[in-house]
Ligand binder design. Structure first.
Ligand code: SF4
Length: 811
């Protein structure tokens, strides 16, 4: 056993904070261990302590971690999983990965002007995402001037003036793009969208465009609101919970506590996923003695190892079997609900009766008997919750799949009653709140009307740019300024080579950030880094200490208060930075120039009172967020079984059966995250549950596929993704890992394989990048063509290349 492996298994807790690492691991060198059968347990506590000590030291770790997700504390900046009722919260209301996120923000490591003077951007661009992120908190506003080699300090006033000058110099406001990450608070998000619209554009792409956009589109069409309908209590009370395309053990770890409670109450759990993820199988709750000694809870009663993109076929199969039972006279549908609240039942049922089962077999790779067992569980459950995440949303037919999941829920009346509902699980802590606050390239008319009435401005009504279209606009010279409110645009986005070229072509990139990341080293002609406060830190403004609000995955809104001293005296809050840029940009611009930005920056209650008058469902917002635990936003289907669709009914939809089909010798690749990362932030190199540690440039392949293709575990390969236009994208020298994924389906880490996701490959209806179904082939390392452009293909080869790839077909 290697030294590295031993360390991966038994975390060593340092006695004092450690300096930032100065070098990375070899990205292709990997140690293998056993796949874990249960998530969390004692090791999670040890890792929490280790990462806290490394970054914060003992006292700061204790003082900070105990405040995560407490009613008087701060909201975890990790995922959007909801908190229990205030009186039910435990002393440690966080998970291992939430603790890692907090440790990275509350770190004692600093990146100041001397760091930037020492390291030219050209050098930093060769560092891995891990190494960049580990350097610590950025302490000063920095600028990289046109033709410069190093970032250099700039005053706040000069930075605001620079942004204002570039924005005012644009030929049209639509040449600016205002991106938002899901960490931004509601107050910051509201101020930011107000600024963009007062400036004159709806170019407000956000990270939601790349994750749950398919959910928002599908649910808005079928139930009238693009949000999930369940509460935490519904999960606890459910009889049946289905979890599709989700890895809760890593990406929403406290969901396991909710599943454990449901399980104890007698719930049955069905997990649907191409990989047997540990967090779907079992949970050693570290807050329970049984969990600490490895005697925790078995979770999934049925595990369905589904082929990538097979979920639509699965839900049609379940629907078809339920219709057959209904036709045979069994009481499997809620006919009263169907009659009173839905439209389209007969059309949907007729479609289900004609299901092509051969296609279901091909699309899902599942055993027919197992699908029948699952349908039986649906037939007998009266309270069912359907959960999903990006394993469902990032497919070409994702919108159709989610609508099919809604069909299955609606015909059984599983919405708007206790213990039942639709549960899309959001990734970043306030991604749902940002959308509620108006961060959306599609401005709803009523929202625009309310903004105009509140601020006396004219707002643009044309649709703005989402993420994919923003990249196209930058690539084509139509967008010249990119402002990023948090996030890591350069790493989060698809088609990395295209995206990075696009970023390098713009006149000005502005990143409002806490820590160094890829977006600071893939630079525009001029680039600014504006360092901002994190959630853990005191936000002191002219009127006193400020709190900010966030909305979780279940529409609950609450306040978050940081208490730590800011990482440096130069830091400003997101609201303060937005207000500074807005005031400088809009001065003298008629009604837009009259907006009182200083009042908003001085006292966030002023923003919350604007929110009350503009955002639907936020009446008395400032008062309600101060209640213990905050308040829950209205959700008509959940609250009263009302559906704000054109027909005022929930809509049962008919979708043709679609699937992902790879040609001979090809595989279907999905990107996924390691247990040691959150989105683009890489915490470390230990994907503990999967038993993989060390480098991240790997591709997980089923052992039988390896044998068929003539590769072995440990071989190095180039991964080639051909696209129907004749182009092909390549990542090179990835280490093959033999892994029990479904045959024909392979997996690799995000963002390392983002270069393989073509910008044109997006979900129908939502434009969400298709990161879960990339057709690839593997060749021995060094054998891929030197460039990815189509002109690398041999003359006359084009038609063959086109026919080689049929990413999708219809039945
Ligand atoms: S489950 Fe999500 S929100 Fe909760 S502590 Fe973990 S990362 Fe943070």
């Amino acid at each position: 056993m290697s030294e590295h492996r031993r360390r991966a298994m038994i975390p060593i807790v340092p006695v004092r904070p450690t300096a930032a690492p100065t070098h990375d691991v070899d990205p292709t060198q990997v140690d293998r261990g056993k796949i874990k059968s249960k998530a969390a347990g004692l090791t999670a506590i040890a890792v929490t302590a280790q990462r806290g000590m490394e970054q914060m030291g003992a006292r700061r770790s204790f003082a900070t971690l105990r405040r995560i997700n407490q009613a008087d504390g701060f909201d975890c900046m990790g995922c959007a999983w909801p908190d229990p009722h205030p009186e039910e919260r435990s002393f440690a209301e966080f998970c291992e990965n939430g603790a890692k996120a907090v440790a990275e923000e509350a770190t004692l490591r600093r990146v100041g002007p001397s760091f930037f003077a020492e390291h030219p951007v050209a050098e930093l661009s060769g560092w891995t995402d891990y190494l960049l992120g580990q350097q610590g908190r950025i302490t000063h506003p920095m600028v990289l001037r046109d033709g410069g080699t190093h970032y250099e300090p700039i005053s706040w006033d000069d930075a605001y003036a620079l942004v204002a000058e570039r924005l005012r110099g644009l030929a049209s406001p639509d040449e600016a793009v205002f991106y938002t990450s899901g960490r931004a608070s509601n107050e910051a998000a509201f101020a930011y969208q107000l600024f963009a619209r007062a400036f004159g554009t709806n170019n407000l792409p956000d990270c939601s465009n790349m994750c749950h956009e398919s959910t928002s589109v599908a649910l808005a069409e079928v139930i009238g609101i693009g949000k999930g309908s369940v509460s935490l209590d519904d999960i606890h009370e459910a009889e049946l919970i289905l979890i599709a395309g989700q890895n809760p053990g890593t990406n929403h770890p406290r969901m396991l506590t909710a599943l454990e409670i449901a399980k104890r109450g007698g719930a049955t759990i069905i997990a649907v996923n191409p990989l047997p993820e540990t967090g779907l199988r079992g949970f050693d709750n570290p807050q329970k003695v049984k969990g600490l000694v490895g005697l925790g809870t078995e979770l999934a009663d049925e595990f369905l190892p589904i082929r990538l993109g097979g979920d639509l076929a699965l839900f049609q199969a379940i629907g078809s079997l339920l219709v057959a039972r209904h036709d045979a006279g069994e009481d499997v549908f809620d006919t009263d609900f169907i009659e009173r609240h839905t439209a389209g039942f007969e059309e949907w049922a007729a479609h289900m009766r004609e299901l092509d089962w051969d296609l279901v077999d091909e699309a899902t790779s599942l055993d027919r008997a197992q699908i029948e067992r699952v349908a039986e569980l649906f037939a007998t459950s009266r309270k069912t919750v359907l959960c999903w995440a990006m394993g469902v949303t990032q497919h070409r037919h994702a919108v159709a799949t989610i609508k099919e999941m809604a069909n299955v829920a609606l015909v059984q009346g599983n919405i708007g009653k206790p213990g039942a509902g639709l549960c899309p699980v959001r990734g970043h802590s306030n991604v749902q709140g940002d959308r509620t606050m108006g961060i959306w390239e599609k401005l709803p008319p009523h929202f625009g009307d309310a903004l105009e009435a509140e601020f006396g401005i004219d707002v643009p009504r044309e649709r703005g740019l989402d993420v994919v279209n923003s990249i196209r606009a930058m690539r084509d010279g139509e967008a010249k300024v990119l402002v990023g409110l948090g996030g890591n645009f350069a790493a989060a986005t698809p088609d990395t080579e295209v995206t990075h070229d696009a970023l390098r072509s713009v006149d000005l990139v502005v990143n409002i950030s806490t820590k160094l990341n890829r977006s600071h080293v893939v630079v525009g002609h001029t680039s600014l880094i504006l360092p901002t406060l994190g959630r853990t830190e005191r936000d002191e403004q002219r009127s006193g200490l400020q709190g900010v609000t966030v909305e979780d995955s279940m529409s609950s809104v609450h306040l978050s208060h940081g208490r730590l001293e800011p990482a440096g005296p130069e830091l400003r809050s997101e609201v303060s930075i937005i207000s500074g840029i807005a005031a400088a940009t809009l001065a003298g611009q008629g009604a837009a120039g009259e907006i009182d930005w200083a009042a908003m920056a001085d006292d966030y209650s002023v923003i919350r009172r604007h929110i009350e008058r503009v955002v639907p469902g936020c009446e008395a917002y400032d008062e309600k967020v101060h209640r213990p635990g905050g308040f829950v936003l209205p959700h008509p289907p959940r609250d009263s079984r009302t559906f704000e669709t054109p027909s005022q009914r929930a809509v049962l939809t008919v979708s043709p059966l679609q699937m992902v089909s790879a040609p001979e010798g090809h595989l279907v690749l999905q990107s996924l995250r390691s247990h040691d990362q959150f989105n683009t932030t890489i915490y470390g190199h230990d994907d503990r549950y999967r038993g993989i540690s060390g480098g991240r440039e790997i591709v997980m392949v089923h052992p039988d596929d390896l044998a068929t293709l003539g590769f072995s575990d440990g071989d190095h390969v180039d991964v080639i993704a051909p696209w129907p236009d004749g182009t092909q994208r390549v990542v090179r020298d990835f280490r093959v890992v033999s892994y029990p994924t479904v045959r024909g389906c392979v997996a690799a880490y995000y963002p390392e394989v983002n270069p393989l996701v073509a910008l044109e490959s997006t979900a129908v209806g939502s434009n969400c990048p298709v990161s879960k179904a990339v057709i690839v082939r593997l060749v021995p390392a060094g054998q891929a063509p030197p460039h990815s452009a189509s002109d690398d293909l041999e003359a006359g080869d084009d038609s063959e290349k086109r026919s080689e790839v049929k990413p999708h077909h219809l039945s």
